[in-house]
Ligand binder design. Structure first.
Ligand SMILES: Nc1ncnc2c1ncn2[C@@H]1O[C@H](COP(=O)(O)OP(=O)(O)O)[C@@H](O)[C@H]1O
Ligand SMILES: CC(=O)N[C@@H](CCC(=O)OP(=O)(O)O)C(=O)O
Length: 297
């Protein structure tokens, strides 16, 4: 008897999910799972459970994962030096082999395994599979910290998606499988390219006109100069916050991705803390969505 109120609260929470489930029914939601958001085993199980629950509820989730810290560890073990410029890893031939091995191999199959363990059916792919993502060599403009002068830097084998072929994803979704994508792409020149996972997720979300793009990271969302969470931003606000230096480092490619995806028809992007238990479910199926929501304005 004493458990009854608790049971009713649970039923209330489930009932609250109904309008959210209806809103997202049959819609594509792209979820970018960053390397920093991948916590311990329990957190990974929570994430996989959320993804399976979404698919079971009629949504079409597509997972794009990162793995920057995990690539860094493997490069260290192999004694290969690595540096970032403008939030992107300078990538040579030796580095791209490790990137492909860690992302398309280790991490991709780990996530597929977690989803399988929760009773879902996932297919792990990278941008090369089914000619899904073609990339060209990225050129990045960065400010030289010593001279404070803007310069275009050659990042080596870092790719920028220039074409997304949705055929393979449509086939996987039609078969009611969950695509899990590693951000490795092919070039028209036959080269393998290392693509930032946020950028890759934005290209997929844009090409498929996803209803939502969720970027799971290790901070609560976009923070202002006093480190307080900004709940909502327009594309115009984003430009201003980059220009005035509120948004820096790894948050820059994230915000650029948000603006790119919205320009291509994604309704809204949410940046949220992937380390919060069931962050994805809270965001999509409850009234307690956390993080920063970014819309056109
Ligand atoms: N205004 C800001 N709000 C929140 N985080 C910011 C901001 N500016 C810079 N950052 C940095 O961006 C980081 C997130 O980017 P990144 O480390 O690349 O994440 P991920 O590995 O999840 O892709 C945060 O941990 C924080 O250090
Ligand atoms: C070009 C570039 O920087 N690629 C990234 C790809 C992985 C990634 O983006 O992982 P996170 O989402 O965990 O940061 C890298 O080599 O680290």
């Amino acid at each position: 008897m004493t458990e009854l109120p608790n049971v009713h609260v649970r039923a209330e929470v489930l009932a609250q999910a109904l309008p959210h489930m209806q809103r997202y029914d049959q819609e594509i939601v792209v979820i970018k799972y960053g390397g920093h958001a991948m916590g311990d085993r329990a957190a990974a199980e929570d994430f996989a459970e959320d993804v399976v629950l979404l698919e079971q509820s009629g949504l079409k989730p597509i997972v794009v994962h990162g793995g920057g810290p995990q690539i860094g560890k493997m490069l260290d073990r192999l004694g290969i030096q690595s540096e970032f410029r403008g939030g992107l890893r300078v990538t040579d031939e030796a580095t791209v082999e490790v990137v492909e091995m860690v992302l398309a191999g280790l991490i991709n199959k780990q996530i597929v395994g977690w989803i399988s363990a929760e009773g879902g059916r996932a297919v792990g792919l990278c941008g090369k599979d089914g000619n899904m993502v073609r990339a060209k060599r990225a050129m990045k403009t960065v400010v030289d910290p010593e001279s404070n002068v803007e310069q275009t830097v050659d990042l080596g084998l870092v790719g920028e998606p220039d074409h997304v072929e949705r055929g393979v994803l449509d086939a996987v979704l039609k078969a009611e499988l969950i695509p899990v994508l590693a951000p490795v792409a092919y070039g028209a020149d036959g080269q393998t390219y290392n693509v930032n996972a946020d950028t890759f997720a934005g290209a997929i979300a844009g090409a498929l006109r996803a209803k939502r793009l969720l970027l799971l990271t290790d901070v609560p969302g976009v923070l202002d100069k006093d480190k307080k969470l900004i709940p909502e931003l327009t594309v115009e606000d984003c430009r201003r916050l980059i220009a005035d230096g509120t948004i820096t480092g790894g948050m820059i490619p994230k915000i650029e991705t948000c603006m790119y995806a919205i320009e291509r028809g994604v309704e809204a992007v949410v940046i949220l803390d992937g380390k919060v238990n069931h962050a994805v479910l809270l965001e999509l199926f409850t009234d307690y969505g956390a993080g920063t929501l970014i819309r056109r304005g």
